[in-house]
Design a protein around this ligand. Structure first.
Ligand SMILES: Cc1cc2nc3c(=O)[nH]c(=O)nc-3n(C[C@H](O)[C@H](O)[C@H](O)COP(=O)(O)OP(=O)(O)OC[C@H]3O[C@@H](n4cnc5c(N)ncnc54)[C@H](O)[C@@H]3O)c2cc1C
Length: 501
């Protein structure tokens, strides 16, 4: 029987991210997938700023940025006429090192994660499926199937990153509650010519259909997403939808590289953890592609769970139970917001059509004019606003920053405060001056202490001068204290990171 610390079912983006983070922490990982290799289809195309921040922590941010592309404008069309255009260039400036909206296809994300994983000596076992498992107090025993042969693996923990039809979830008996839309959709990756706004995201809101065009990396490459015409069945091809696309006069399609139809679900697993088994990514939540959140949410799940597994494997499992309470509320709110947005976009009622084609373009033009509105939309879409205020790990407030918040980004002459997060370790941040008592305590606790200037950027970010921020390995603030309170800090450390520095 093979033994490992974490068995990961599924080498999609979520499983690869988890494997990479764990491997960086020195955890022994076995990752299996029935596919012959990584995804070759482009599938997800949006990579949000929060994901790029995690990539920076893992040392692959620059490479990810170099492989993809930004887009700067969102244009709304009806009846072939441009109705509104929103400039999004640098919309997140001052909030994150990645202030633009960014496109990097799923196959490219997977290739990047896989290359870095392999460089650390961990290679997924392809054509290998997890078929069953059982768990006891000390671990999980799983049966894998490869080329008709079965094999048993014993692991301390199991991560179900095995997608929407997750075997792990089914075997745990966890329900994926929610529903499925009646409408069918398609995606097409194409080469175009005669585009009217080739570098924009073009959204066409017409009476009877929804169509969106996304610029892709590569010359004249474009992703089209739309609703299949009524009556079009499973055998629909690009030719079924070509007239609908050409009617929009946004772009002329020269070549079709990939075409696929799909149904959209809005579902969340009833729990993300049963004993030693966890659900992440599409295994835990599926929703409409509106807003490009799916892949990013899975990557965020992995960043949240990886360090907690790392601690648990070093004998400190207390933080592990916070994974579900932190990630499931976000998945629920995401599913309900994408659900609302999606329902509005595809609702066929005359009133909804009127709102879509007449009011929405004007509203978008007017509402997005003030910069703060665009910035708020960016912060939400980019997942920078994800916070865990109700987590048992979140405590205190100093300035505007509370336990559970993502640590605000503060640029400085040497780079930014985020450089320190590359260690993937708990750490203390002070913006201003650290008291001698804090210096001594951090030394005793073996906690890295980073002291930054409390300049204009720190002030704008809401960080309080001389306050103490105990930052988690995933860049969220665990404990915030306006003044160093040694007993409270010691209690927190004893509870959540005993001996784990
Ligand atoms: C057309 C399309 C467009 C999309 N656009 C976007 C977008 O713009 N932005 C965005 O964020 N998301 C988007 N998504 C969603 C995104 O693709 C998914 O959310 C993402 O792939 C989820 O990653 P995952 O690793 O959780 O699951 P998956 O990518 O589904 O990976 C699961 C893996 O588990 C493997 N597996 C299955 N069963 C087993 C088993 N028993 N044992 C071991 N392994 C198993 C599978 O082979 C697969 O490789 C899109 C999806 C589609 C289909």
């Amino acid at each position: 029987m093979n033994e490992t610390q974490v068995l990961i079912a599924g080498a999609g983006p979520t499983g690869l991210m988890l494997a990479l983070w764990l491997t960086r922490l020195g955890v022994r990982v076995e990752i299996v997938d029935p596919k012959p290799g990584p995804t070759l289809e482009t599938r997800a195309i949006a990579v949000q700023a929060r994901t790029l921040e995690f990539y920076d922590q893992l040392g692959l941010g620059e490479e990810a940025r170099a492989r993809g592309r930004d887009f700067h404008e969102l244009s709304i069309w009806t009846g072939g006429q441009l109705r509104a255009s929103v400039n999004l260039e640098g919309v997140g400036a001052g909030q994150t090192p990645h202030p633009n909206l960014y496109i990097l296809t799923q196959d490219q994300n997977e290739a990047l994660l896989l290359a870095h994983l392999k460089a650390l000596g961990c290679t997924p076992r392809w054509q290998t499926e997890l078929t069953s498992f059982r768990q006891d107090e000390r671990g999980v025993t799983a049966t894998l199937t490869h080329a008709g042969q079965t094999q048993t693996v014993r692991a301390t923990y199991l991560a179900g990153c095995d997608g929407a039809s997750s075997t792990v979830r089914r075997q745990l008996g966890v329900k994926l509650s929610g529903g499925t839309y009646a409408q069918r959709f398609y995606v097409a990756d194409v080469t175009t010519s005669g585009e009217r706004r080739a570098n924009d995201v073009n959204v066409s809101l017409d009476d009877d259909q929804f169509l969106a065009f996304f610029p892709m990396p590569g010359l004249h490459r474009c992703r089209i997403v739309g609703q299949l015409p009524p009556g079009a069945g499973d055998s629909a091809t690009f030719e079924t939808v070509r007239p609908q696309i050409e009617k929009q006069r946004v772009a002329e399609v020269k070549e079709v590289h990939w075409f696929s139809t799909y149904r959209v679900h809005h579902r969340v697993a009833n729990t993300f953890q049963v004993g030693r088994a966890f659900l992440l990514g599409d295994a835990a939540h599926v929703h409409s592609p509106v807003g490009g959140q799916g892949m990013n949410t899975g990557l965020g799940d992995a960043a949240n769970l990886a360090w907690k597994l790392g601690q648990a494997l070093r004998g400190h499992p207390a933080a592990l139970a916070s994974y579900g309470p932190e990630r499931r509320p976000f998945a629920l709110s995401l599913v309900s917001t994408t659900d609302r947005a999606f329902s509005g976009v595809v609702n066929p009622s005359p009133l909804a059509r009127f709102i879509r084609t007449t009011l929405i373009p004007d509203l978008i033009r007017v509402l997005t004019r003030p910069r703060p509105v665009r910035r708020l939309a960016f912060l939400t879409l980019s997942q920078l606003r994800i916070r865990y205020p109700n987590s048992p790990l979140s405590a205190g407030q100093a300035g505007a920053v509370r336990g559970g918040d993502r640590l605000p980004w503060v640029p400085n002459a040497a780079g930014s405060n985020f450089t320190a997060l590359g260690s993937l370790k708990w750490q203390v941040h002070v913006y201003g001056a650290a008291s001698p008592e804090l210096l001594t305590w951090c030394g005793q606790q073996n906690l890295p202490l980073h002291v930054f200037a409390h300049g204009a950027a720190a002030r704008r970010a809401g960080l309080c001068e001389d306050a103490v921020y105990l930052v988690r390995p995933d860049g969220h603030v665990g404990l915030a204290q306006p003044h160093f309170n040694r007993p409270a800090a010691a209690t927190y450390v004893e509870r959540w990171l005993p001996g784990d520095r």
